[in-house]
Each structure stands twice: as structure tokens, then as C-alpha cells.
Design a protein around this ligand. Structure first.
Ligand code: GN1
Ligand code: MG
Length: 368
């Protein structure tokens, strides 16, 4: 997917309203779904661009997806203008329109492309190093949810229905087990036992939601820590990767962030014995998040944050394992067992969290 023909990429790039002529196009970032390129033009001292080929097998409704991002970034930009009086593109993801005034193009072989302004002088971390970074990440996602809390959720299209619905994910896993296309089920019996023995306790949020006790808000749904850009003083600058912005429960965003923050090694670390939780980073993130979110969340929402912290690595493990059993068609993989290795890290996180549940609950309790 990513060794894409340079000419095809440049031809796509030229259809956007670039300042200057293209001087280079280089692969960029570490996403598992879309292909991303950094585009530099003769105006590179002022601005560079991110060109992305949208994976339309994962996101079939590209139009809906771009509609959501346009709506959300417009709303966030208004908030930034009011709040800081700064240049909007420094802090909110900015779509670069096509020459024809559209949000994306479809090229001849059928690829979909879009472009954003690259936010310079920022960094993203796959692994969090300091409490300051974790706290800033928490503030960034708390603020993100707060700023979107007055946007009408019915305007947002649910581009990936059931994205964080654990029943749906477990159902997909069961189907993959039944088909056993790659004859891999026998290799993962212990992981399946681990998952199915925890099925019931992972229902909390879904059940409260279906009883109407938790509000559906506009959430990010992919709050990996590397989706926050920090500046060189580790101050938050921008939340990126808005593909999955959809109605959701806030605990899902909290949990997805925690699973990347609390883990001292990469999502695909082979040696799971290296996974012992960094609870200081957990605490820093929770405090940063609640600094922004305390005033707009309900008490029950706050009480379910830790349930989200358990659920998201569990669900991510279920998703990686399902893809492994189905033959690795969803996530980009670099070697045969890549999705299984990723599954193992997520399930180890769940196991470690179980040992530290009392502490994790106390941290949130103390903030609210
Ligand atoms: C995918 O590719 P990326 O990093 O944007 C996935 C997320 C997972 C993540 C796991 C649309 O996100 O849900 O949490 O991989 N995105 C989609 O690293 O499935
Ligand atoms: Mg993503």
C-alpha cells in the first residue's frame, strides 16, 4: 500500500491549492490505515503539506468522512479565534481544498486523496516520556471534547458504525473463529480464553449507554497519544487524525489514550515482560484531562472513565486478534505475526491494569 508510485502521488498533490511548485514528496508518520506523505514546495519556508491517501476499504464513505472533518475543524477554529486570537492553522487541523474547491479528489485508479497543512515545529510521541507530556495530552483531548460539546451531534455522520461497540467487536471475533480462514485459531486458544472470560465485565459502558444513563457526545475515537501534537516545550498544539470523530462515550477516548500512555513500550513490543504500567503518567494524564473536562462531564461519566481504560486495550486486543485470524486484511502489518504481537501487548495491558485497578480508580476519584 505505501510503496506507491511517485508519479501517482505527485499527480494527486498537484490537484490541491498548493503555494509554489512541488520539490519533494516523502512518506510520513506511522498510521496503520491511511498512507501519508509530506509535500514540500518552493514555498516551504512558509508552509508544507500533508497529503493522505484515504483507505476507502476501511472508510467507504469518504464524502461523509470529509464532511465530518470540515464541520469539526470549522467549529474548533471558531473556538480558537475566540480563545486566543492566534492564527487558526497553528492549532486546528486545516484542510487544503482542491483546485476545484472540493475537500478531496478521486484519481483515475480510484484512490481518494486529501490534503492538510503540516503544522510545523511540533512533535508527536509514540511512547510518552514525561508527566508533563502526559498532562498536556490529557488537556488536549479534554479541551477537544469540551470545544465540541456545543456542536450538534446529529450533524456528524457515523462513518464507521459500531466502531467502539464491544458486542460488535466480539461478534466479529466469533465469526473469525468460526471461519478460521488461516487455521490460526488453534494457535491462540489461551488468548481467546483470556478474552471470553472477561466479556461480561467489559459491558459496563455499553449497558449504561443503552439505558440512556451516559450521554453520547462528539468524541475523537482514536486518541492514541501520537494524535496530539506538542511543541518543543511539550505544550499541546493540536489534536490530529479526525477520521473517526463520531458520536461516542467520553470514556472511550479516555481509555484509548490511557492504553498508549500507560504502556512504556511500543504497541508492537514482542517482549511483553517489558510491559509494567507507568502509573505516574496515568495520573498525569487523568489530572490534565479532568482539568478541562471536570465541569462539563456528568458524575457517572467520570465514574466510568476507568471502565474505559480497561475496555479500550481489551477491545483493541479483540480487533488485532480478529484481523490476525482473518488473515491481516485491516491493519498494515510488517511481518506474519504482527497482529498477534499487537494483540499480546493489549491483553498484557489489561492484565496489568487489573492488578492496579484500585489505584486507577482512586486517581480519578481524587480529581472529581
Ligand atoms: C488505527 O492508523 P491509526 O493509527 O490512525 C485504528 C484505531 C486503532 C489504531 C491502533 C480507523 O489507527 O482504531 O486504535 O490503529 N483506526 C481505525 O494503533 O481503525
Ligand atoms: Mg486514525
Amino acid at each position: 500500500m505505501s510503496d506507491f508510485n511517485q508519479l501517482v502521488i505527485e499527480r494527486a498533490a498537484k490537484q490541491f491549492t498548493l503555494g509554489g511548485d512541488i520539490i519533494s514528496v516523502q512518506p510520513f508518520g506511522s498510521g496503520h490505515i491511511n498512507d501519508t506523505y509530506r509535500v514540500m514546495t518552493t514555498e516551504y519556508t512558509q508552509v508544507s503539506y500533508l497529503l493522505q491517501r484515504i483507505n476507502h476499504h476501511v472508510f467507504p464513505n469518504v464524502d461523509g468522512l470529509m464532511h465530518n472533518i470540515a464541520l469539526v475543524t470549522k467549529h474548533l477554529s471558531e473556538k480558537v479565534k475566540v480563545a486566543k486570537g492566534k492564527r487558526v492553522s497553528d492549532h486546528v487541523l486545516t484542510i487544503v481544498p482542491t483546485i476545484d474547491g472540493n475537500l478531496y479528489i478521486q484519481d483515475d485508479p480510484g484512490n481518494y486523496w486529501r490534503m492538510f497543512i503540516l503544522i510545523e515545529d511540533t512533535k508527536s510521541y509514540d511512547i510518552v516520556e514525561t508527566e508533563i507530556q502526559a498532562a498536556e495530552g490529557g488537556r488536549a483531548f479534554g479541551l477537544f471534547q469540551k470545544q465540541l460539546s456545543d456542536l450538534d451531534a446529529s450533524l456528524i455522520i457515523e462513518v464507521l458504525p459500531n466502531f467502539h461497540n464491544i458486542d460488535f467487536r466480539l461478534e466479529n471475533l466469533r465469526k473469525a473463529i468460526a471461519k478460521d480462514t488461516c487455521k490460526r485459531v488453534a494457535l491462540v486458544k489461551d488468548r481467546l480464553d483470556f478474552i471470553f472470560s472477561r466479556e461480561d465485565r467489559m459491558q459496563t459502558i455499553l449497558q449504561l449507554g443503552s439505558k440512556g444513563k451516559l450521554p453520547l457526545r462528539i468524541t475523537h475515537n482514536d486518541t492514541k497519544f501520537n494524535n496530539v501534537l506538542l511543541d518543543h516545550h511539550d505544550k499541546m498544539q493540536c489534536v490530529i487524525d479526525l477520521d473517526t470523530v463520531m458520536p461516542g462515550y467520553v470514556a472511550y477516548d479516555f481509555g484509548d489514550a490511557i492504553r498508549t500512555i500507560i504502556n512504556p513500550v511500543a504497541e508492537d513490543e514482542i517482549d511483553v515482560s517489558k510491559i509494567s504500567l507507568n502509573l505516574a503518567l496515568y495520573k498525569a494524564y487523568a489530572e490534565g484531562y479532568l482539568e478541562e473536562a471536570n465541569d462539563f462531564l456528568t458524575t457517572l461519566e467520570k465514574e466510568t472513565l476507568v471502565d474505559g481504560a480497561f475496555l479500550l486495550p481489551f477491545m483493541q486486543g479483540v480487533r488485532f486478534l480478529t484481523d490476525y485470524l482473518e488473515g491481516d486484511h485491516y491493519y498494515k502489518t510488517k511481518y506474519e505475526d504482527h497482529n498477534l504481537v499487537r494483540t499480546n501487548t493489549q491483553l498484557k495491558l489489561v492484565e496489568e491494569m487489573e492488578r492496579n485497578e484500585a489505584f486507577m480508580r482512586k486517581v480519578v476519584f481524587d480529581c472529581i
